[in-house]
Design a protein around this ligand. Structure first.
Ligand SMILES: [Mn+2]
Length: 303
């Protein structure tokens, strides 16, 4: 049995275009703290394998210390980390993955195709198969059929992409490919709203959603999956990530009091905001900033 933590889509150093310089700096610091807290959480819960399914960085032009802080945080993890770079943090010579010195316990997939030779972890009785985004868009379908060797080890896959679709610029993963993969668990990333635990054939799969919708003291419920995998399948210890809309406050004008609203993810980079009271003169291109109490959650541009 192997104990796993599955997370994705940290989007470290997002531009936070809706925020002023000080708020953006605070938010960046909070997002870096996420990884330290996640490692503490993983160590406290005896996690052996941490699966990070891409878009950990928002782009390859991140602040110098961001990748180093992530590397330093992961070095404190007592198990192993496997990373599958995504569309925002695709593996290239210029990416933070290539330019940062990673600790020995961190393994990063760098090839675009998933190979039938995985990373073997005999100490955990499992093998991990994965691939990287090597360009910001990868419209080719994932080929997973027969990927996992049936050798008695728990077979885990890790990929950034979109399951259940035929067409996508972000690695479509047809469900049939999942069903025929021979994997026990497929750890996905890309979609920012959590999926819950899904199955196709005998393969369990999930995407945890954005890890940092809110304060990072809520990690267990909020943005990561913690579970065990063995021959009999997948078991969530705390996999109950709410897909429910987030109730927060938002401000769309400088000096405007914060307005209660509900935010629902509608795509990887888009949310739907519904205000409890009608708002005057909302215009396209205007910035919106979301708060949970004093914490700035994020922002965006009105479309
Ligand atoms: Mn993505």
């Amino acid at each position: 049995m192997v104990r796993i933590l599955h997370a994705a889509d940290f989007h470290l150093d997002s531009a936070f275009t809706g925020l002023n310089e000080q708020q953006a700096r605070q938010r960046r610091q909070e997002s870096r703290d996420l990884t330290r807290r996640m490692v503490e959480y993983a160590n406290d819960h005896g996690v052996q394998l941490m699966l990070l399914a891409g878009d950990l960085f928002d782009s390859d032009s991140i602040y110098g210390q961001t990748a180093e802080e992530l590397a330093a945080a992961l070095a404190e993890f007592r198990g192993h980390v496997v990373i599958a770079p995504g569309n925002h943090d695709c593996y290239t010579a210029a990416s933070p993955y290539a330019r940062t010195l990673w600790p020995d316990n961190v393994l990063i997939f760098t090839a675009p195709e998933m190979l039938s030779m995985g990373l073997s972890f005999p100490q955990y009785g499992c093998t991990v198969y994965g691939a990287a985004f090597t360009a910001p868009e990868m419209p080719e379908s994932a080929e997973l059929a027969g990927i996992a060797e049936q050798d008695g080890n728990v077979a885990i896959g890790i990929l950034h992409g979109e399951a259940g679709v035929k067409d996508s610029r972000y690695r479509p993963i047809p469900l049939q490919q999942i069903a025929q993969s021979g994997l026990d668990y497929l750890a996905l990333g890309h979609i920012h709203a959590a999926s819950g635990l899904l199955t196709e054939g005998r393969t369990a799969y999930a995407w945890p959603g954005c890890a940092m919708g809110r304060g990072f003291d809520e990690l267990g419920e909020k943005g990561v999956y913690l579970g065990t995998l063995d021959a009999s399948g997948c078991n969530w210890i705390s996999g109950d990530v709410p897909g429910a809309p987030l109730r927060v406050t938002a401000r769309i004008r400088y000096r405007q009091p914060e307005q209660p609203c509900t935010v629902t993810a509608t795509g990887p980079d888009t949310v739907h905001v519904s205000f409890e009271t009608p708002q005057r003169a909302i215009t396209r291109g205007q910035a919106v900033v979301f708060y949970d109490g004093d914490t700035v959650l994020g922002g965006g541009t009105i479309d």
